[in-house]
Design a binder for this molecule. Structure first.
Ligand SMILES: [Zn+2]
Length: 326
């Protein structure tokens, strides 16, 4: 990646140790993806280098930039990579330790070390969610790809690294697809037409096929599923007002993208299908507690997610028609 060192740049970001992993994953997603990327670079329709914006500023998602007659280039914000890793690590610890393990063993007594693990994961999530307001450097004492306080944190950190590199490769592949499919004129005009929304869906579908192209079984799909779900849900951390994520903006409404990904994942084992439906429900209700009432109980996590998506649709509709939100 080519760093763009502007004034107020982030120094010593801990995610930079994963730069090689991200690029390797992107260049080796699927045989078809790798071949298309190679052809794009050879034909001058995409720059082989990715521009890394190191500004100490709130994160924005990756984008393809084409200036006048120059070759289109994928731009990534370092602050976005930091937010994404912290999101993945934080939710993975919180979901596994304070939700899944409790479901498996309701009588489980949490030891002090686990309580501390969960608390520190919450602190990291709070930091990553605060970046949308003002950028603050990664708190050096909290978990990061370069620092773990315990072996348990390191165990989760290594899992988060794999999911993070797949999530980032998905994002890069989505941008690559825009360039390959001739979407750039429409995207640069910034119009939110039906055509633009179709292009975003197409780019998501290509990125999905790049990552999960071969038909894998559920267990093999787990890290990929975590990656695509994290890509979708972490966009909530990009908006100062997360309701904006429910309206079609630069991309289709977030909850519709989530629904599409869950459908495409088509996990056959009910355990895994529930696992991701429940995760999506929890993240959405943490962000929209007034709409989704976290105290509500469901027997079936598939229903719980459908309920969340329906309610968020109503909120989005009300917002689009200028009605007050209830
Ligand atoms: Zn896009």
């Amino acid at each position: 990646m080519t760093p763009n060192l502007s004034a107020g740049a982030i120094v010593d970001s801990p995610v930079l140790v994963l730069e090689g992993n991200i690029l390797w994953q992107f260049e080796n997603m699927s045989a078809f993806g790798a071949q298309t990327l190679k052809l794009q670079v050879e034909h001058g329709t995409l720059l082989g280098e990715i521009a890394l914006d190191m500004s100490a500023a709130p994160p924005k998602g990756p984008r393809v930039v084409r200036r006048e007659a120059s070759v289109p280039e994928i731009h990534v914000d370092l602050s976005h990579l930091e937010m994404l890793w912290a999101y993945i690590y934080g939710w993975m610890v919180v979901y596994e330790e304070s939700v899944q393990k409790v479901l498996l063993d309701p009588a489980r007594v949490m030891d002090a070390e686990t309580e501390k693990l969960i608390d520190r994961a919450h602190q990291l999530l709070a930091w990553s969610s605060s970046l949308r307001e003002t950028y603050r450097p990664w708190p050096a004492d909290l978990p990061s790809p370069q620092h773990y306080a315990t072996a348990q944190e390191e165990w989760y950190g290594l899992k988060a690294n794999l999911v993070f590199q797949k999530a980032t490769a998905f994002l890069l592949s989505h941008e690559r697809a825009h360039a390959a499919l001739g979407h750039l004129d429409v995207i640069q005009s910034n119009s939110m037409t039906g055509l633009r929304l179709e292009m975003e869906k197409e780019a998501d579908a290509v990125a999905y096929d790049d990552l999960l192209g071969q038909s894998l079984d559920d267990r093999e799909k787990l890290a990929d599923a975590w990656a695509v779900i994290s890509v979708m849900l972490s966009t909530l951390y990009l908006y100062r007002d997360p309701i904006r994520a429910l309206l079609p903006g630069g991309h289709p409404a977030l909850h519709h993208r989530v629904a599409y990904m869950i459908e495409r994942l088509a996990l056959t084992d009910q355990h895994y299908d529930y696992y991701f439906s429940f995760l999506c429900r929890l993240v959405l209700q943490a962000v929209f507690p007034e709409t989704l009432h976290p105290e509500r109980q469901f027997d079936d996590w598939k229903d719980a997610l459908t309920d969340a998506l329906d309610r968020l649709d109503q909120v989005a509709l009300a917002q689009a028609h200028g009605r007050p939100l209830s």
